[in-house]
Design a protein around this ligand. Structure first.
Ligand code: CLF
Ligand code: SF4
Length: 480
């Protein structure tokens, strides 16, 4: 057996039983997210609170953020969609309900879906994401349907801060505002978290980083959730665009910079598992985390499609799972195993600097995306000790296939901003014009590793750079 890869924080430290529960969940396992798909069923329209970063009225097929959907589903349509998606994407491993409102504010619809899936697609993992207000009431019902992965959004543990994030809640047939609302919500979230942990469920806590509101407070939230037994902390940046019509968007609340996000994730990551590969999905997202194929599965498609045999698609999913697992454990593929050259002493960390590398991929853990077609870049940090995914930079396509030179310039500007600090960009292919622009900005494009596993390519490059003396720190730098 090859050594455990130093690639993903979660995977390295977990026991076998936890591994079994996360190995094919694309959010709980960074490794899995290259291979396994998720499906969000948008069956939950209502919400029981208001967050200052949310406006569910705004809908746009190109918009990717929580709370947004194109079409709401009935529970019956949700089942049909699951079967149809399985037929086309047998690597589907998780079905989640994440909105567009709060799932537990729509319990009849949500549990009706879980009940059906538990019998018609028992191999699929069930997942839910909630604001936590109604959570204590429904924990046992979640356990009944073996919903083992639950996300609770906890942005603060201090009601004074909560009052700046949540203007109101609706609880036990009454509307509460201000501090009182925050006190109730936070108490419910904390109670729900504790109950989930007591029942052995794997809890992910989502926290939105809101500069000036909870940025300095999140390490405290992190200590609290770790102490309570949460499995994973997912800190994501606030999205606050005026055109979305949210309170924060309209009041021009600042979004955090990539550096601010990294800093908070780094601080919290010293204490517990922190997620780095979240894509802030829409509530109707379909596919690998980096892609959204919802447009291929519209209500019209569902209506026009003949009935699907749930046993047959389950067989397809099982086969896909076996194939993915076989590929992942094939030592010659080296999907997630950096070369042994990285396994150096702690002293090497002082001698050699790290390297930031941007990667264009469309899944399978490979460098397999054309630069012009990339909708996102994964930013990895390679050091003498490990290769880790730091963040994901989402972008507009550089190439739309049309003559829109002005727009291409703007898009390249945005890409360069998002890749700041990277020294290399690995992709399957790249045109002459963007190559020159990247080079001029100090980012070396490289398509020599097309179809090579990401970590293997980065490990090779790191070893080459190291051997060429490009990463050696001066004695002054080593001393500081
Ligand atoms: Fe969906 Fe969320 Fe389950 Fe994943 S998403 S309900 S845990 S299956 Fe994942 Fe999307 Fe980030 Fe959520 S990348 S927004 S963390
Ligand atoms: Fe929007 Fe979710 Fe907040 Fe409800 S809990 S207001 S759906 S972000």
């Amino acid at each position: 057996m090859p050594p455990a890869p130093p690639h993903s924080t979660c995977e390295n430290q977990e026991s076998t039983s936890i591994q079994d529960r996360i190995h094919n969940h694309p959010c709980y396992s960074e490794k899995a997210h290259h291979h396994y798909a998720r499906l969000h069923l948008a069956v939950a329209p209502a919400c029981n609170i208001q967050c200052n970063y949310c406006n569910r009225k705004y809908q746009c097929a190109n918009e990717s953020r929580p709370g947004v959907v194109s079409e709401l589903l009935t529970p019956a349509q949700a089942l049909k969609k699951t079967l149809l998606v399985s037929e086309k994407l047998p690597q589907l491993s998780v079905v989640g309900i994440a909105g567009p409102g709060d799932p537990l504010a729509n319990p009849q619809r949500v549990f009706s879906v879980f009940k059906t899936l538990a019998t018609q697609a028992p191999d699929l993992r069930l997942c839910i994401s909630t604001n936590g207000l109604a959570l204590p009431e429904w924990v046992d019902e979640l356990a009944r349907y073996s919903v083992e992965h639950v996300t609770v959004t906890i942005n603060c543990i201090d009601p004074e801060i909560g009052a700046q994030i949540y203007p109101w809640i609706f609880w036990k047939n009454r509307r509460y505002k201000g501090i009182k609302a925050a006190e109730i919500l936070l108490a419910q979230q904390q109670k729900g978290l504790k109950m989930l942990v007591e029942r052995g469920m794997l809890v992910k806590v989502n926290s939105i980083l809101i500069p000036g509101i909870n940025d300095h407070h999140l390490p405290e939230v992190n200590r609290f959730i770790k102490q309570t037994g949460a499995f994973l902390h997912n800190i994501t940046p606030l999205i606050a665009k005026a055109e979305h019509g949210t309170y924060y968007g309209l009041t021009r609340q600042r979004e955090p910079s990539p550096e601010e996000l990294l800093t908070v994730r780094q601080i919290c990551g010293e204490n517990m598992n922190v997620m780095h590969h979240c894509r802030q999905c829409r509530a109707d997202a379909v596919g690998l985390l980096g892609e959204d194929r919802n447009a291929e599965f519209t209500l019209a498609d569902l209506d026009n499609h003949p009935d699907i045999d749930h046993q047959a698609v389950m067989q397809k999913r099982m086969l896909a799972k076996t194939q993915i697992q076989a590929a992942l454990t094939n030592p010659t593929a080296n999907y997630h195993i950096p070369l042994s050259s990285l396994k150096t002493s702690k002293n090497s960390l002082k001698k050699y600097r790290s390297l930031l590398v941007a990667v264009a991929t469309r899944g399978q853990g490979l460098i397999n995306e054309h630069f012009g077609h990339a909708k996102e870049f994964l930013i990895y940090e390679a050091s003498a000790q490990e290769i880790k995914l730091l963040r994901v930079h989402k972008t507009q396509l550089y190439c739309t296939g049309q003559q829109e030179c002005d727009e291409a310039e703007t898009r390249m500007h945005n890409i360069l901003q998002g890749l700041a600090g990277c020294e290399l960009l690995l992709c399957a292919k790249i045109g002459y014009a963007p190559w020159k622009q990247l080079e001029a900005a100090g980012i070396q494009p490289n398509s020599e590793y097309a179809m090579v596993p990401i970590t293997q390519a980065i490990a090779n490059i790191y070893a080459e750079f190291k051997q060429a003396g490009k990463l050696t720190l001066s004695s002054q730098q080593q001393a500081s």
